[in-house]
Ligand binder design. Structure first.
Ligand SMILES: [Zn+2]
Length: 62
């Protein structure tokens, strides 16, 4: 299939839009992430959650 190759600029724009969507989804709600929950599934995870930390600090996620 042709026409699907992205230029470096388009690739960068793609990942910027991904990051924007993640940040919109994982917004801060008080001291917690609005969408992440703990393993217990009741309380929201502390903000910044693992997703936001990964975006900002490039922390290795195991
Ligand atoms: Zn989150």
């Amino acid at each position: 299939m042709t026409g699907q190759e992205r230029t470096p600029e388009e690739e960068l724009e793609h990942w910027r839009s991904v990051e924007k969507r993640l940040r919109n989804l994982h917004y801060r709600d008080g001291d917690h992430c609005a969408v992440c929950t703990t393993d217990f599934g009741r309380l929201n995870a502390p903000f910044p959650c693992a997703t936001i930390r990964a975006l900002e600090n490039k922390e290795p996620t195991t």
